[in-house]
Design a protein around this ligand. Sequence first.
Ligand code: ATP
Length: 325
Amino acid sequence: MVNGRPLVEARNLTKTYPPRGSTAEFHAVDGIDFEVQRGESFGLLGPNGAGKSTTMRMIAATSPISGGSLRVLGMDPMRQGPQIRARLGVVTQDDYLDNELTVRENLHIYGRYFSLPRAVIRDRATRLLDFAQLREKAGDQVETLSGGMRRRLTIARALINEPDILLLDEPTTGLDPQARHILWDRLFRLKQEGVTLILTTHYMDEAEQLCDRLIVVDHGRIVAQGSPRELISRYATRDVLELRFRLDERDTAAEKLRTSALATGGNDTDGRVELLPDRVLVYAADGEAALATVHAMSLTPLTALVRRATLEDVFLTLTGRSLIE
Ligand SMILES: Nc1ncnc2c1ncn2[C@@H]1O[C@H](COP(=O)(O)OP(=O)(O)OP(=O)(O)O)[C@@H](O)[C@H]1O
């Protein structure tokens, strides 16, 4: 909190882009409200084009807001951009690392950008190289690093000014599963150290792992907000039954499921059937019981899997679309 207030406060925040050619004015962010408290790990989850990066740029005071209000660290990004940027760590989708310099030199240059004394930069760079598990790479040119190492260096660089908030735009996009897990581990550590994180992602597992609270955004609007657990219990059932049918049987099977005893559950979500290109999903409080009902209906799925509901199911329930493209 800044004097008892949240670190970020957005009210009816809007970003419009001017018309281009024959297209009308475009609302990339369309009146959103949210707050981020100190020490929180706050996520913006949504598909490509939802307005997540645009929101991050407004928080980072690198893109002016078009309407509503935004306070960052108690300041106005339109008037106090440099003061805000001095207290933020920003990890954008493009890393802008200097490929020809070494890992350590990249940290030093960034420290000088914040006008930090050389001795402070040296100490912090050493600590951050350890944090990013890049100590052995300190003298290597950046162009020799793997994708995961580059991303860890970018995060280390963003921490050189000991920011009050670390902004991460799609921190693990493009990384392989192992590199993602290493990065999650590092971000989890920052979270435990009490660093306030604001991150965007279109990976529901990432949001579930890292975020205390999140807003689900679609077409520039918030469609839901809460902790991952709250969202799942509000918008999905405990279990999801995933069925794969032969393609020529799939539509008929989905229709039968929709009109079956399964669909008479105690709430709107229980028994809901979603037809995806490769699967039929049945939302059920008790997935095993639902599977028994499917078998009793003489339906013959090629495969059947009972799993716990995830944020992916929340997004599907809210928008009728899958987050995965
Ligand atoms: N400078 C711009 N001029 C016009 N439209 C823009 C501009 N920048 C972004 N947009 C549009 O605004 C919308 C939101 O983009 P934004 O990058 O914020 O989405 P996102 O949720 O971060 O998705 P991604 O993960 O693809 O970055 C998109 O439709 C995008 O094409």
